[in-house]
Design a protein around this ligand. Structure first.
Ligand code: HT7
Ligand code: ZN
Length: 876
């Protein structure tokens, strides 16, 4: 199959103004009758064939203006339908297709999950339901009639507002009709039919519109949907106050399903969710789960404006809705919780997921220009870097102009299928700034490196800051141009406060932002009383990789004193990384690991500083992970040496700061009733981080104490934290705890996911056999994406020493599973395969083994387009 190119975009020849869909749902098969109002576009030559997309479709009949089409008038395959010479005047096309949702294991189109009929149409799933112009720039008004057995599907839902419903006389069936007045692309279509429980509520919008809200879940889970409902109402209010955006239908429904390829889907008025992002109570959900639910509920709701009312012209513009909606959900969480803690968490996620993507064979621009399979472009680059680019734009033009630009965008493009150029033009207009160089953020792949050097001249009281940017080659992009980097900064004086200066020359400096837009810039500050320590890239103002060239003692100073919480955390992380990479090198050279005493002292100071938010302190205590260290080292990576260095650092901190950690674990351990709010979650995070570091000391009494806490825990956050500490730190109680956990939660699949993940991440050579055994466990199913991600995904991404074993057995296991999954669910298979992407960074033996595994996958007969695309790009 040929690649799709952005430069080949052209509008469709035909428009489809109205769509009427009739679904006849039966246990054995489903008949779909699609009645399409088709109109030739003005510029289309009369008689131009109408070419509709399909995917594995079975055509039953086709009629044009109610007259059956003869064989000579059309051609149809499972992959498409062409009406050879359509009339020049508007016409109606009636297409009947037959589907078998129960055998749809790809979970795209119409499928069944635990007996519930549900759909997933983004990006190209609608074409698995009926033949259509399945592209985001074809906007239609939909009416949907669903007919199903009353017993199997008492609940019948679709997009828009409900109109009529009733029993079908003389049958065991009923029907419901839904109408969505807002023109939408086919990827936002949704239908759900099943026997579901519901939590109902309502919301009054800022203009007084009454909206009925429903969260549908499996019977018995209603109480676990209450938090999701609360998050929904908070999201609706926040979008009104923060962005002036109001909801626009009479109902808003959310349905939780247990088989889902991604996190959730923003279908108009009918969001469908992976149940992981809906269901929560303190017994089964952790603080992290509550945070995830709040963020994903908000994200999908915010799509109503950024994605649904203003959609994408084509899939290359995916970041138009995803980057912007991630930015919006990040802002929501920052307002609901702690802004600095959210910023640090988001940057950690960006570094762990997006930086490796940008540095490897799968690198692509935030707006790609070419794809083989669009499902493979729902990436951290499109989502997370896409959000970072918008955040950088806000820093560059300022809050006021950013707000004016957003208002202009909503005003001007409501109802459009828009492009990134149109989006950025709104900010150029609102700010009066030429943003053509800024557009490079959308077209150049890779993470820019920002090299920082400085020099202080005491005699003249001048301080010189030299900032140079560079961007290495990425696939199909060898030459790069300098970008616009808004660099937030401060010059930190000896008392820890920011110093004043008289003038700054050599670059545009707006308040505390330096605008770097050339390959190298020297900024000269005058009137600087003494040598400052530069605090650069405060709040991570642009998605770049800073190279500090600073002595450790200066970074330690920032760790203790920087007024910017992000850079305080960053400095702690930089020093820890320095120690860990040095130790890794030492271990490989046959000497021993060490840890800087000054770092230990600064760490102790921060974690015991009661003036600081406990959640922030927990983040400072969380050391870089194995994958972070591997990324920092970059090439010739030996994961065993990294694991050794990390073990040593944790063991040293765990014993040297023993009493401090014990105190924190005790003091911040909450005995009261559980509340998922950010402050309580922060206290638990600090207590559990301290407990975990303490457990790393290997002290048997500590392990015994944690085992007690495991048994006595009154919420899942503390129980899981104890289990992880026991298993990760090789406690003799680990086996018992794992067994108890399984017995306690075997009826709750989402908790079993945690049980699977803890075992997949377990250190030690026995883990691979254990993971293999677990793939045969009754709790595991290769058909359920959550189970697959928890067991196989965790093994491949969160257990580097075992995934990248020196004997290649870890690579082989994951490759085997990818090939098996390829026949069942190619999207999930391709996502798991992405874990190989940094294979060229391993030391030569592992590199060879990983390459062989990738080649074995690439050679599999009937490989899906999804997996082929990832395998081939990884090997290129
Ligand atoms: N917009 C949604 C994307 C999505 C998706 C994409 C491909 C295959 C399955 C999928 N399920 C959901 C999710 C979001 O970003 O909001
Ligand atoms: Zn999204």
């Amino acid at each position: 199959t040929a690649a799709i190119l952005l430069k080949d975009y052209r509008p469709s020849d035909y428009a489809i103004g109205r769509v009427h869909l009739d679904f006849q749902l039966h246990e054995t098969e489903t008949l779909v009758t699609a009645t399409l109002s088709v109109r030739k576009r003005e510029t289309t030559v009369a008689g131009t064939p109408l070419v509709l997309d399909g995917d594995e479709l079975d055509l039953v009949s086709i009629a044009l203006d109610s007259v059956s089409l003869g064989d000579e008038a059309y051609s149809a395959t499972p992959q498409g339908l062409t009406v050879k010479t359509p009339p020049a005047a508007p016409f109606t096309l009636t297409i009947v297709t037959k589907l078998d949702p129960a055998s749809n294991t790809k979970l795209m189109g119409l499928y069944r999950s635990s007996g519930v009929w549900c759909t997933q149409c983004e990006a190209e799933g609608f074409r698995r339901i009926t033949y259509f112009l399945d592209r985001p720039d074809v906007l239609s008004v939909y009416d949907v009639r669903i007919e199903a057995p009353v017993a199997a599907a008492p609940v019948l839902l679709a997009n828009g507002n409900p109109t009529t419903s009733g029993l079908v006389p003389d049958t065991d069936r009923h029907f419901a009709v839904w109408s969505d007045p807002h023109p939408k692309p086919s990827y936002l279509f949704a239908l759900v039919a099943g026997d579901l429980g519901v939590v109902k509520d309502s919301f009054t919008t800022m203009s007084g519109r009454h909206v009925d809200l429903g969260v549908y879940v499996e019977h018995g889970n209603e109480e676990r949907a209450v938090y999701a409902m609360d998050a929904l109402k908070r999201s609706m209010r926040w979008d009104e106050t923060a962005f002036g955006r109001e909801y626009d239908l009479d109902v808003f429904n959310i349905v939780a399903v247990s088989d889902f390829n991604m996190g959730a889907m923003e279908n108009k008025g009918l969001n469908v969710f992976n149940d992981k992002y809906v269901l929560a109570n303190p017994d089964v959900a952790t603080d992290q789960d509550y945070g995830g639910i709040e963020a994903v509920i908000a994200h999908e709701y915010f799509h109503n404006w950024t994605g649904n009312r203003i959609t994408c012209r084509d899939w290359f513009q995916l970041c138009l809705k995803e980057g912007l909606t991630v930015f919006r959900d990040q802002e929501f969480t920052s307002d609901m919780r702690s802004r600095p803690v959210k910023r640090i968490s988001d940057v950690r996620l960006l570094r762990s997921h997006q930086f490796p993507e940008d540095a490897g064979p799968l690198a692509h621009p935030v707006r790609p220009e070419k794809y083989m399979e669009i499902s493979n472009f729902y990436t951290a680059t499109v989502y997370e870097k896409g959000a970072e680019v918008i955040r950088a734009l806000k820093v560059l033009i300022g809050d006021e102009a950013f707000k004016a630009g957003m208002d202009l965008y909503f005003d001007r493009h409501d109802g459009d299928a828009a492009t990134i150029e149109q989006f950025v033009a709104c900010f150029a207009e609102a700010s009066g700034r030429d943003l053509s160089q800024f557009m490079l953020w959308y077209s150049q792949a890779g993470t820019p490196q920002l090299d920082i050097r400085d020099d202080y001249d005491g005699d003249n009281r001048t301080y010189r800051l030299t900032l140079s940017q560079s961007l290495g080659p990425t696939p199909e992009q060898s030459e790069k141009k300098p970008m616009v980097l808004p660099v937030r900064f401060g010059l930190v004086g000896p008392n820890g406060e920011d110093m004043l200066y008289e003038t700054a020359k050599g670059a545009e400096v707006n308040g505390d932002v330096i605008v770097v837009d050339k390959a190298e810039q020297e900024i000269v500050f005058t009137g600087v009383a003494s040598r400052p320590i530069p605090s650069i890239l405060r709040n991570f103002s642009a998605p770049v990789r800073p190279i500090l060239n600073m002595p450790i003692k200066d970074i330690l100073f920032l760790m203790r004193h920087d007024s910017d919480p992000f850079n305080r955390w960053q400095s702690a992380s930089t020093v820890a990384m320095y120690c860990l990479t040095a130790s890794t090198e030492a271990l490989r050279a046959g000497s021993s690991a060490t840890i800087d005493g000054d770092y230990l002292a600064a760490l102790a100071e921060i974690i015991t500083d009661d003036a600081l938010d406990p959640a922030f302190r927990a983040l400072v205590l969380a050391l870089p992970q194995e994958a972070d260290i591997a990324r920092e080292i970059g090439s010739n990576v030996d994961p065993d040496a990294i694991a050794g260095a990390l073990r040593h650092a944790r063991r040293t901190i765990g014993s040297k700061l023993g009493p401090t950690l014990d105190h924190l674990a005790r003091f911040y351990h909450d005995e009261g009733a559980y509340s998922p709010d950010a402050e309580s979650a922060g206290r638990r995070a600090l207590a559990n981080a301290a407990q975990d570091m303490r457990a790393a000391s290997g002290n048997a009494d500590v392990h015994a104490r944690i085992m007690e806490k495991f048994g006595a825990a009154t919420n899942m956050t503390d129980r899981l934290a104890a289990l992880v500490s026991l298993v990760q730190n090789g406690a003799s109680e680990a086996e018992q705890a794992l067994g108890d956990f399984y017995e306690g939660y075997k009826s709750v699949p989402l908790v079993i996911d945690k049980w699977l993940a803890v075992q997949a991440a377990r250190p030690g050579a026995r883990t691979l056999d254990e993971v293999k055994r677990l793939t045969e466990h009754p709790a595991f199913s290769i058909r359920n994406p959550n189970r697959v991600r928890s067991l196989i995904g965790t093994f491949a991404t969160a257990n580097l020493p075992q995934f990248a074993r020196a004997d290649g057995a870890g690579f082989d296991f994951v490759a085997d599973k990818v090939m098996r999954l390829d026949d069942i669910n190619p999207q999930v298979a391709a996502r798991i395969l992405v874990s190989f992407r940094s294979w060229r960074n391993w030391e030569p033996v592992r590199q060879g083994l990983a390459e062989a595994a990738l080649k074995r996958i690439a050679a599999k007969p009937n490989l899906s387009r999804d997996v082929r695309d990832i395998a081939e790009r990884s090997l290129a």
